[in-house]
Design a protein around this ligand. Structure first.
Ligand code: GDP
Length: 316
């Protein structure tokens, strides 16, 4: 990947896509392309085809996705599977037809079977049942990873041009702060802010507070993603082995939802009570990924979890 190469970020306004954009700019990449929904609807094959034909990007970051928290996934399974399949099919196929040199697809740690609680390795994919609360989204993501893999095998002579990363739960700027459909960090930041402002006596948190999640600041994941795509096909293959085309991106450490609440309580100055509402689901109890391969990517996590949580809280 050269600094003058044309790089297309699909989904540059979202949590991960915007972090990719910041990271590429910071590193000195000059020729970055992105599109507005109004001009190119990524769910429309013809529009995606025309965009690729006209612009001929050399590298693609596929961060466009319909994503959301545990409730959004449960309420809108059709949208999550249909829209994600559409966008990823359109972009990955157009990338192949227009001779894109390398593509990076964004997976998710929810693709792994639910019986693995920690040290989830890349090779654990498809070795058991998926968690019910986000099965449809996970199936779309698994299809995306295998779509990339199939093009490598059938059209690129087994070279790993189309790759995926499996990031853990991300948070940071441009997250979705919808009160019901967001992920937990954004939801809690918004709720603590509002509860302090309105001097509420209590704050309601979903589930038991006991599930643990591995959180990563979006810019750290983006740094890893860019370095993964910068690796030559040979180097990437050396990293993940002959059979894989994806790699975990995590921190190796997880925290309970209760711990997050206590920290937010401290930094927000919220004086009321935290009530865990067991009417809402916990989802996976734990899903800590292995970082054995992550550690071999030439990048370093720069942002300490609690510091970046505080920064995100203050900037919200
Ligand atoms: P998940 O990692 O796919 O389960 O996604 P989430 O980020 O939506 O949820 C993580 C955990 O946080 C689950 O155990 C939720 O029950 C819990 N949680 C607690 N309060 C909230 C909230 O207000 N919103 C969300 N999305 N999750 C919450």
């Amino acid at each position: 990947m050269k600094f003058k190469d044309k790089i297309f970020i699909a989904g540059h306004k979202g949590l991960f896509g915007s972090a990719i954009l910041r990271t590429l700019k910071k590193k000195g990449f000059k020729n970055i392309l992105f599109v507005d929904k109004k001009n190119v609807n990524l769910e429309n094959q013809k529009q995606v085809d025309n965009f690729f034909k006209k612009n001929k990007p050399k590298h693609v970051f596929l961060a466009a996705a319909k994503a959301g928290g545990i409730l959004a996934n449960m309420k809108k399974p059709a949208e999550f599977i249909y829209k994600n399949l559409l966008m990823q099919n359109n972009i990955i196929h157009a990338a192949y037809k227009n001779k894109v040199e390398k593509l990076l697809f964004l997976g998710s740690s929810c693709i792994y079977p639910k019986h693995f609680l920690n040290d989830i390795k890349e090779t654990d994919l498809l070795s058991g049942h998926l968690e019910e609360t986000n099965k449809h989204y996970a199936i779309a993501k698994i299809a995306g990873i295998y779509l990339c893999d199939s093009y490598n095998r059938q059209y690129f002579n087994e070279q790993k041009k189309f790759r995926a990363i499996i990031p853990t739960n991300l948070f940071g700027p441009n997250d979705n702060y919808h009160p019901l459909y967001s992920h937990v960090i954004a939801a809690l930041i918004a709720r603590f802010k509002q509860s302090v402002r309105l001097k509420k006596k209590e704050i309601r948190v979903w589930g038991t507070g006991r599930p643990k999640r591995e959180f990563m600041f979006s810019d750290d994941a983006a740094e890893a993603a860019v370095e993964v795509l910068r690796l030559t096909n040979k180097k990437f293959e050396k990293l993940v082995g002959k059979n894989l085309n994806y790699i975990n991106i995590g921190t190796g450490k997880d925290y309970s939802i209760n711990q997050i609440c206590l920290y937010l309580k401290k930094i927000s100055g919220f004086k009321g009570k935290i009530i865990f509402d067991k009417k809402y689901p916990d989802g996976m109890y734990r899903k800590l990924m292995s970082t054995k391969l992550t550690k071999k990517i030439p990048f370093k996590i720069k942002n300490n979890f609690f510091d970046s949580l505080k920064k995100t809280y203050l900037e919200y």
